[in-house]
Ligand binder design. Sequence first.
Ligand code: 13P
Ligand code: SF4
Length: 307
Amino acid sequence: MAGLHDEILELKRQRNAAVVAHYYQTPDVKAVADFVGDSLAMAQWAQLCTADVLVVAGVRFMAETAAVLVPNVTVLSPDPDATCSLAEGCPADAFSKFVEQHPNHVVVTYVNSSVEVKALSDITCTSSNAVRVINSLPMDKEIIFAPDRNMGKWLQKITGRNLVLWDAVCEVHDAFSIDQVRGLKAANPTARIIAHPECTPELLKIANFIGSTSALLNYVSKESSGTYIVVTEEGILKEMRQAAPYAKLIPAPTDEPTTCACGVCPYMKMITLEKIKSSLETLTHKIVIPEHLRERAALPIIKMMTL
Ligand code: 13P
Ligand code: SF4
């Protein structure tokens, strides 16, 4: 592995390339990254990128967002098939009809969506700024929120706004088992349940704290000797362990303990060191977005970034 790691660092130097990675990537991938963060922080970092080439170690929509924001940089996805069940669950043609059926609605789209869906939107949001985005909209405006049904229901509760929801879910966060989380809580009565807003409403109801990947990390690092039942993708546990070495971190199980003991995003894990190396050697797979589509999709993303 040290060989691959060093080869990637050398290729980065030769290509004047940078690597930006999501928290859900494996530790070896995060070790070659220039920046590791949640989806909003990745986009903010990409926006300031001065490299010639940017490899996005994350799922496809993250690479697309970077390509929209920095059109003069060659943005590469090590595996363009690394998708996201939320983006796949909201095809642009069907979403376009949905928007037409709800005239005069403001269209708020979670960044976990395709570039084509973003181009049909008024403003995007991530899990770390979704509440702020909804609260920024005038009270008399009706709102469509897509594509995450679970996050939409949570936002309705938090903001008190009535949202017209698209019906897709994150297949990882939607699968956490409420019974198993209740069992863990019974066995660890002082533990706090911390959950990502992509989880089901039933699970969020029993959570002590709900927040984006970064918000969950901050929460654990502020009280670093506590016990936490962590209801999100397991990749973040590495940063949590670093930030809070004395905390007891219990990964929440899904209903399918035979295939995996805790939430693992199969798409995030499609990115490997081998694929990053190949990406840098061959300058593939380039994210190419037609200029008219890029310009339209940039509007809601930049609106979010300037909020
Ligand atoms: P964050 O916005 O918290 O990084 O979440 C992205 C994601 O894909 C969660 O499943
Ligand atoms: Fe998409 Fe869920 Fe994977 Fe995040 S964890 S990239 S929302 S499938």
